[in-house]
Design a protein. Structure first.
Length: 185
């Protein structure tokens, strides 16, 4: 079953991939961005995001698909404030960059330099609210996808959203609503 899910993910990602001639020739260009998001109280917040651009997007007319990669959460809640977006040299970034994607590593609210409190906690162990936690995570993921697909060097469609651990839960929660700019999760 896991092999089938992995094969389907790879097939979906390859459908959204750019033509083989657009693969980057060298290192990515790295940029830090502030992504606006509105919290549950209607207050504006800012998510810090590292954006890694393949060299192919340096040409003014080039537009590449986007891959938003969502982080997990450290075991120790005190570590959340010290988190930083993953590096453009990380294995997931290199994999997507080699296929011509613009890679986005956003930090959700309450993590690292992103503003706002952690909104995705599920509450007390005896009465967790995983749906609410997932939807709050999805709010931040949606903001990152909207922001990234609107960049002048990014395609407005064909995006891929992935995540690990709590970031995987965020990606699944994000998938509960339609997102026309996304081709694969």
């Amino acid at each position: 079953m896991r092999l089938l899910v992995f094969a389907l993910l790879l097939a979906a990602a390859s459908c959204a991939a750019p033509p083989p001639g657009r693969a980057p020739a060298g290192a990515a260009r790295e940029e830090m961005h502030w992504v606006p998001v509105t919290d549950t109280d209607g207050e504006p917040q800012q998510l810090i995001a590292r954006i890694c651009r393949p060299e192919a997007t340096l040409a003014p007319e080039a537009r590449a698909p986007v891959a938003v990669i969502n982080h997990g959460s450290p075991n120790d809640p005190a570590e959340r404030s010290r988190m930083e977006p993953a590096s453009c040299g990380s294995e997931p970034a290199r994999w997507f960059l080699a296929r011509g994607y613009v890679v986005v590593f956003p930090l959700r609210r309450g993590f690292g330099a992103s503003s706002g409190a952690v909104a995705e906690t599920s509450g007390p162990c005896d009465n967790p609210d995983y749906v609410r936690a997932g939807l709050e995570s999805a709010r931040d993921v949606a903001a990152a996808v909207r922001y990234a697909t609107a960049l002048p060097y990014a395609r407005p469609d064909g995006a891929v959203v992935v995540g690990q651990s709590l970031g995987g839960w965020a990606a699944l929660a994000f998938a509960t609503a339609p997102h026309p700019e996304v081709a694969a999760l």
